[in-house]
Design a binder for this molecule. Structure first.
Ligand SMILES: Cc1cc2nc3c(=O)[nH]c(=O)nc-3n(C[C@H](O)[C@H](O)[C@H](O)COP(=O)(O)OP(=O)(O)OC[C@H]3O[C@@H](n4cnc5c(N)ncnc54)[C@H](O)[C@@H]3O)c2cc1C
Length: 283
C-alpha cells in the first residue's frame, strides 16, 4: 500500500517545528528517522495530515557530558550512539543494548527519540531508561518539562507526550559503579524481543543494595519488575535462592500473549532473560 496524502514541512528552527505541531492539533506528526513511521503510513496505521521533519534541527542531535548525567539529543541515531566513547564509558547498559536493536541499515537512520516516542513494548531502550532512572525531556510552545521514564511509558504505543510536544533529549545518570546486565530473547538477531531484561544493580561487598529490573517485550509496555527487585534487595551474591525468588516474583506481571508467544511462554522467557542478564553482569 501507499501512504495517504500528507503535507510536509522541514523547519530550520525549533520554534517553527513547535508551531507546526501546535497548529496541527494532533494531525501533525514529527518525522525522525522514518524507520517506523514510514511503514506505518504506508500501511495506513498512521495518517498524519502533516509531517514535521526534524532533520534540519541541529540542536536535537548529539551526545553531551553534563556532569552527573549524559544528555542524548532525540535525533541521535543508533549508529552514532554505538560509535560513542562517552556512551560506552558512562552508559554501558545502553551500549550493551544497542547492537540488539534492528539491523545496521535501520540503525543508520533510526533515532533514539523516535524509539522512545513510539514506545513499542518490545523495544530495548524504554527498558534501559527504566533500569537507569532516565528522564525524557519534552518541549512545546508552553515550555520544557522533564518526565521520569517511569511516568512516561503508559501503555501499548502510549506515552505521556502530548501531540504538540517534541522529545528533545533523553537524560541518563552516569553508571557510577553500578553493575549492569542485559539479555534479550528473540527468534532471530535484530528481531523485536519476545522477552528481555535490563538490570542496574548496586552492590556493596557481596551484598545487593538495590536492583532495578526492567522487562521488555512481555506486556503492553516496558515495565519494572518490582517484586523481583524486592526479592534481590539485600541478597548475597551467589545466593541462587534469591534469584529463584526473583524469577518466581515475575508471576505478579500481567504477561501478554499474541501470535509470537503465549503469555505463559513469555513469563518463562522473562525468567530466562532475567537469569542470563544477572549472570552476565551482576553475579
Ligand atoms: C525491520 C525493523 C526492525 C526493527 N527492530 C527493532 C528492534 O529490535 N528494537 C527497536 O527498538 N526498534 C526496532 N525497530 C524500530 C527502529 O529502531 C526505529 O528506528 C525506531 O523505532 C523509530 O525511530 P525513527 O527515528 O525511525 O522514528 P520515526 O519512524 O521517524 O518516528 C516514530 C514515531 O515517533 C515520533 N517521533 C519521532 N521523533 C520524535 C520526537 N523527537 N519527538 C516526538 N515524537 C517523535 C513520530 O512522530 C512517530 O510517531 C525496527 C524497525 C524495523 C523497520
Amino acid at each position: 500500500m501507499k501512504a495517504a496524502e500528507f503535507g510536509y514541512l522541514r523547519p530550520g528552527r525549533m520554534e517553527e517545528a513547535l508551531q507546526a505541531l501546535a497548529a496541527g492539533e494532533g494531525a501533525a506528526m514529527p518525522l525522525a528517522g522514518g524507520q517506523s513511521l514510514m511503514p506505518m503510513m504506508n500501511f495506513r496505521v498512521a495518517m498524519p495530515e502533516t509531517l514535521v521533519d526534524l532533520a534540519a534541527l541541529a540542536e536535537l542531535r548529539g551526545i553531551h557530558d553534563a556532569g552527573e548525567r549524559v544528555v542524548i539529543g532525540a535525533m541521535t541515531r543508533w549508529s552514532e550512539l554505538m560509535a560513542s566513547g562517552l556512551i560506552a564509558a558512562e552508559v554501558p547498559l545502553l551500549a550493551r543494548a544497542l547492537p540488539e536493536i534492528a539491523h545496521p541499515a535501520i540503525r543508520n537512520r533510526g533515532t533514539i527519540g523516535g524509539s522512545v516516542a513510539l514506545a513499542d513494548p518490545a523495544a530495548e531502550v524504554p527498558a534501559v531508561l527504566l533500569a537507569l532512572a532516565g528522564v525524557v525531556v519534552l518541549r512545546s510552545l508552553a515550555g520544557e518539562r522533564r518526565v521520569a521514564a517511569g511516568d512516561f511509558f503508559l501503555g501499548h504505543y502510549e506515552t505521556a507526550r502530548a501531540a504538540d510536544e517534541l522529545i528533545v533529549a533523553l537524560e541518563v545518570p552516569k553508571a557510577r559503579g553500578l553493575r549492569h546486565g542485559f539479555h534479550e530473547i528473540g527468534r532471530r538477531h535484530g528481531d523485536f524481543a519476545l522477552a528481555g531484561a535490563a538490570l542496574a544493580v548496586a552492590v556493596e561487598g557481596a551484598r545487593v543494595m538495590e536492583a532495578r529490573i526492567a522487562l521488555f517485550g512481555v506486556a503492553d509496555r516496558a515495565l519494572r519488575a518490582t517484586g523481583a527487585e524486592a526479592a534481590l534487595r539485600g541478597a548475597v551474591l551467589g545466593d541462587g535462592t534469591a534469584l529463584d525468588r526473583a524469577v518466581a516474583a515475575l508471576a505478579e506481571i500481567d504477561f501478554a500473549g499474541d501470535i509470537h508467544a503465549s503469555a505463559p511462554m513469555r513469563r518463562h522467557l522473562a525468567g530466562v532473560a532475567l537469569r542470563r542478564a544477572w549472570a552476565e553482569g551482576v553475579a
